[in-house]
Design a protein around this ligand. Structure first.
Ligand code: SF4
Length: 198
């Protein structure tokens, strides 16, 4: 088997991937949005139902909040090739009857992540959005909880910034932790502005 090494070939392989066929409640539809120019890489957990249907990342209320955090609109988010999105899993894992979505299947990151990230050579800042992305990327550098990891954001900067997931489910978390909007978001917006100005 020939292993593709350049970014276009890996993206084509990912988009054709059906490794989870039969294990998801739908046909896999990988969603990945990165470019050779990507300098800001957003790593979430997995597409939700709306993203599964649109084929574009963060086409949902979480995306609206994330774009507000970044200080950019949808035109820049989807149109500027310096911004890329590669979740821990590229396919919608399905809705858990107990609430929320199922977690991203680990096999996806094992199968694709090292090869994909190795081709994104211009990334200056990686946003680890939520606990799954933080667990994968930080390993033992992760703190005991997502909150503690985000609170220690300055330890990981300037290459990495851990964030909570922008889901409405975290609205109460945001209210309980006002330091996030007061300290982390100004830093994040400053970095995004600098990346898009360069
Ligand atoms: S979740 Fe990942 S491994 Fe599974 S089918 Fe989609 S792209 Fe392939």
């Amino acid at each position: 088997m020939t292993i593709s090494t350049d970014l276009d070939a890996i993206l084509a392989d990912i988009r054709a991937c059906r490794a989870c066929l039969g294990q998801l409640p739908h046909t896999p539809r990988p969603v990945v949005h990165v470019f050779p120019e990507t300098r800001l890489l957003i790593c979430g957990q997995a597409p939700g139902r709306r993203v599964h249907e649109s084929g574009l990342p963060f086409t949902d209320p979480s995306g609206d909040r994330l774009r507000d955090w970044l200080g950019i609109d949808a035109t820049a988010f989807y149109g500027d090739r310096r911004i890329g999105v590669a979740a821990q899993a590229f396919c919608f894992p399905g809705t858990n009857p107990k609430g929320g979505d199922y977690p991203p299947p680990r096999r996806c990151a094992e199968l694709w992540r090292p090869r994909l990230l190795a081709q994104l050579r211009k990334v200056e800042l990686t946003l680890l959005v939520g606990g799954h992305a933080q667990a994968w990327a930080l390993g033992e550098r992760r703190k005991a909880s997502m909150t503690a990891t985000v609170a220690a954001w300055a330890e990981y900067a300037p290459e990495i910034l851990p964030l909570p997931h922008p889901s409405w489910r975290n609205t109460a978390w945001l209210k309980r932790h006002p330091w996030f909007e007061a300290e982390v978001l100004p830093y994040l917006r400053g970095r995004v502005t600098a990346i898009l100005a360069s």
